[in-house]
Design a protein around this ligand. Structure first.
Ligand code: AMP
Length: 184
């Protein structure tokens, strides 16, 4: 089962991804986590993307798509994946479609978490993970980038009839319950 977990920054994608990993027994692929890991380890990729993540901007499509294609080629994703934070542009979605087609795979579900903007900002500011892009100014940029570049990805998948819209307000378990119902 190949699932895309979608939503604005602060919607709870990471939290719900953790629950989905154990429930559905699927591997997690978070592009944000991979970038942060590379930054921490000061790899070539990490050095390339540090200032982009710090600014709350998007890493260029070419870099992200190559990274995901490399990763998805690994055996551990043969049975499926939970994609978290990818695709984030229509171009990335198109490239993912091509990759899936070429490899005899498909996206089964596109789970989108809906949360009002005010709550998103409060959640990010209170999650206290010490992320360098979790300051009020950076959050504003990330939400703007989401509206401009990422939201159109939802329309892209609406045409494929795989979208499950989930109310992302409530307790972690309530929201997870909605996801389980939508996916079974
Ligand atoms: P996240 O942990 O998903 O919020 O991602 C953190 C940051 O990593 C984003 O603000 C972007 O700078 C970068 N990033 C993660 N995924 C992508 C992607 N699919 N395309 C472009 N940039 C990304």
């Amino acid at each position: 089962m190949n699932i895309i977990l979608f939503g604005p920054p602060g919607a709870g994608k990471g939290t719900q991804a953790e629950k989905m990993i154990s429930h559905f027994n699927l591997p997690h692929l978070s592009t944000g986590n991979i970038f942060r890991e590379n930054i921490k380890n000061k790899t070539t990729l990490g050095k390339k993307v540090t200032s982009i993540l710090d600014a709350g901007e998007l890493v260029p499509d070419k870099i992200v798509v190559e990274l995901v294609a490399d990763e998805l080629g690994k055996e551990k994703y043969d049975k499926g994946v939970i994609l978290d934070g990818f695709p984030r542009t229509v171009k990335q979605a198109e490239e993912l479609d091509t990759y899936m087609n070429q490899n005899g795979k498909k996206i089964d579900s596109f789970v989108t978490l809906t949360v009002p903007e005010e709550e998103l900002i409060n959640r990010i500011l209170s999650r206290g993970q010490g992320r360098s892009d979790d300051t009020p100014e950076k959050i504003k940029t990330r939400l703007q980038v989401y509206r401009d570049e990422t939201e159109p990805v939802l329309n892209h998948y609406q045409n494929q009839d795989v979208v499950k819209e989930i109310d992302g307000v409530g307790s972690i378990d309530e929201i997870f319950g909605r996801i389980k119902t939508a996916l079974t």
